[in-house]
Design a protein around this ligand. Sequence first.
Ligand code: SAM
Length: 233
Amino acid sequence: MNVPKPVIRKRDENLLFLRQLMKNPKSLGALFPSSNMLANFITSHVDLVADYLIVEIGAGTGRFTQALLRAGVTPDKLVIVELDPAMCVFLRKNFPNVMVVEGDAKDLKNLLPAQVVGSVTTIISGIPMINLSADEQVGVAEACFSILSETGSLLQFTYGPMSPLSSKKLGLRKKRLGHIFLNIPPAVVWRYWRQSPLAVSPLVRKKLNKLTRFKNMMSLKKRKHQPKIEDCA
Ligand SMILES: C[S@@+](CC[C@H](N)C(=O)[O-])C[C@H]1O[C@@H](n2cnc3c(N)ncnc32)[C@H](O)[C@@H]1O
């Protein structure tokens, strides 16, 4: 689908960001929108597998939305969720083909259309997790995993060196994907996914099945060659 890319004036974007930051510093959690460098980095870690479906939470002025569209994501495969009503007006104006949902990410399951729930392949989060209480963090993370598919994952950036989510407490696996210095402040990107054995990708699952079949075959062969009791008599 050939969709015209939005042209967003940086000045309008920064002004809106600053205005909303003064109203709600904890929820905004940054002085500026993310850099294109960070947006491109996080986008490069989205698996555009067949049937991909992406949800962006805490979209702000749409820096990640722009990067996703630039990378070839089609607007009908993207839903964005944002808490701030003024940001939502900005997002709807600049991304008229993308579904923009106004609401709190902790209510994702109720906010999104039923057909999206359980089918999301990647969530990109711009929510400043480190500004949330432990309970709020758990609420948002659980909401994310309630809409992700079994093999889906959550991409989250943060400004500190540590993982912004407690993977242990949430029963998740995590990987630090990289450090982006060209951002104010420099950011680190993490991936989280389910710990359950069902969460492995189809390719890994195929390899594991092959390995199990091979092991079973070997133990069968071993048993065949073991002397029977009557043979020893
Ligand atoms: C640091 S800004 C990031 C904006 C954008 N993703 C970027 O990287 O430039 C955080 C955004 O998350 C939104 N936000 C914070 N808490 C939220 C929540 N619980 N649900 C949805 N959006 C939230 C804020 O309104 C703000 O727009």
